[in-house]
Design a protein around this ligand. Structure first.
Ligand SMILES: NC(=O)c1ccc[n+]([C@@H]2O[C@H](COP(=O)([O-])OP(=O)(O)OC[C@H]3O[C@@H](n4cnc5c(N)ncnc54)[C@H](O)[C@@H]3O)[C@@H](O)[C@H]2O)c1
Length: 369
């Protein structure tokens, strides 16, 4: 693991998720930007002292030389380091499991995609919400044609933790997320807007063609957006909207989607993640339940025992283990986000930033030929 030392947020979530299915063991790390904290964090986690590294480059080189070297690295640092760290490990021939947004800039994302193609080393992006069974269920229903031709996709991701300028009081996670040199050109649009656009693409299978964005920094003195309203156009002509915001009092992780097709509709809310509402046009809404008789997606544990965020994250790690050993996933084939999803996320951010800076015009996303 690179990042995820004491006081960090998502590193601890990765560690729980990685262990849930017994496929991964944490054996090495460069866990902090602060050498002493990194060493202390490694000791707390039972990492042997000779595999607690002062920096990621040293770790990549040393682990590549060991006969029992790591199978993959989990990158859980702030955004500006993702590309540098991933590059070091890919060049050392070590698989990468990287958190989102994939990089801080679009140029870095494209260079990373080229390196993955050139080296053939696996790269997995932890777009957490793709690991939820009922998100995969929604995707399978769309693929089956259960809601017909898609017309409109609405995704909201709302939080309230940046309602006041907590970064000015030194809040660690807010400090780097509101600093363009550490977060990249996007604030909220990068931090949670990328989850929203990933979810829209993952569930619908549609290719995003254009965006029109209005990004705002409401927080006093804030340099990056904390609120994003985005109109979407997909290549089929389907339309969509994303509202991503971190200044909505009363919301925590209100991630929801609603999809309208000509034969039916689907809606899901990550705060009640075991339920998916499916409404065939002209008929009553059926609330599908994870692990229920009607569901297509395999369940981790029987219905009625609640599953949530940690299990969704764990499914990505289980899928990653399967992918690395070239076995199919047991929980829905072809669901694991990769470097291409990361490039899409960065294209989305760049297009939204440009659209908003130019007064809210439609901006096309570049697509590979
Ligand atoms: N998938 C998700 O749902 C999700 C949720 C939260 C965060 N994230 C992503 O995870 C990443 C980390 O976010 P966070 O909230 O955990 O941040 P954080 O600030 O809590 O933790 C960052 C960690 O990186 C370490 N670090 C910084 N520079 C380093 C270096 N040079 N070498 C080694 N470690 C270094 C810090 O010391 C700290 O331990 C971000 O990219 C964020 O977007 C993803």
């Amino acid at each position: 693991m690179v990042g995820g030392g004491q006081g960090a947020f998502i590193g601890a979530v990765h560690r729980i998720a990685a262990r849930l299915d017994g496929k991964w063991e944490l054996v090495a790390g460069a866990l902090s930007s602060d050498r002493a904290r990194g060493a202390q964090s490694a000791a707390d986690l039972g990492i042997a002292p000779d595999r607690s590294y002062a920096d990621y480059a040293q770790m990549a080189a040393a682990e590549a030389q060991r006969p029992d070297g790591i199978d993959a690295v989990a990158i859980v640092t702030p955004n500006h380091l993702h590309a540098k760290v991933a590059t070091a490990f890919l060049r050392a021939g070590i698989a990468v499991i990287c958190d989102k947004p994939m990089t801080a800039t679009l140029a870095e994302a494209e260079a990373l995609a080229a390196l993955v193609a050139q080296t053939g080393v696996p790269f997995i992006l932890t777009q957490t919400y793709t690991g939820y069974p009922m998100v995969r269920e929604a995707r399978a229903l769309v693929q089956q044609g259960a809601i017909g031709q898609l017309r409109h996709v609405q995704v909201e991701y709302l939080q309230d933790w940046l309602t006041t300028p907590v970064e000015q009081g030194g809040q660690k996670q807010a400090l780097w997320r509101t600093d363009p040199t550490l977060s990249g050109a996007g604030g909220c649009i990068a931090d949670i807007g990328t989850h929203a656009v990933n979810l829209a693409s993952f569930v619908t299978g549609l290719r995003l063609d254009r965006v029109l964005a209005d990004l705002t920094a409401f927080g006093q003195g804030r340099r990056l957006d904390d609120n994003a309203s985005v109109l979407l156009r997909f290549d089929t002509g389907a339309k969509g909207m994303i509202w991503a915001s971190q200044i909505v009092p009363g919301t925590k992780n209100e991630l929801r989607f609603r999809i309208a097709g000509d034969q039916g509709g689907l809606s899901w809310d990550q705060e009640t993640p075991e339920l998916l509402d499916f409404t065939p046009t002209g008929r009553a809404t059926r609330t599908l339940r994870r692990g229920g008789e009607e569901t297509l997606t395999p369940a981790r544990i029987p219905a009625g025992h609640p599953e949530g965020y940690l299990e969704a994250f764990a499914t990505l790690y289980a899928d990653a283990a399967a992918a690395l050993s070239q076995r199919p996933s047991s929980r829905g084939p072809g669901c694991l986000p990769d470097v291409g999803d990361g490039v899409l996320g960065m294209r989305f951010i760049a297009a939204c930033v440009e659209s908003s800076a130019r007064g809210g015009i439609w901006v096309s996303l570049p697509h590979p030929a």
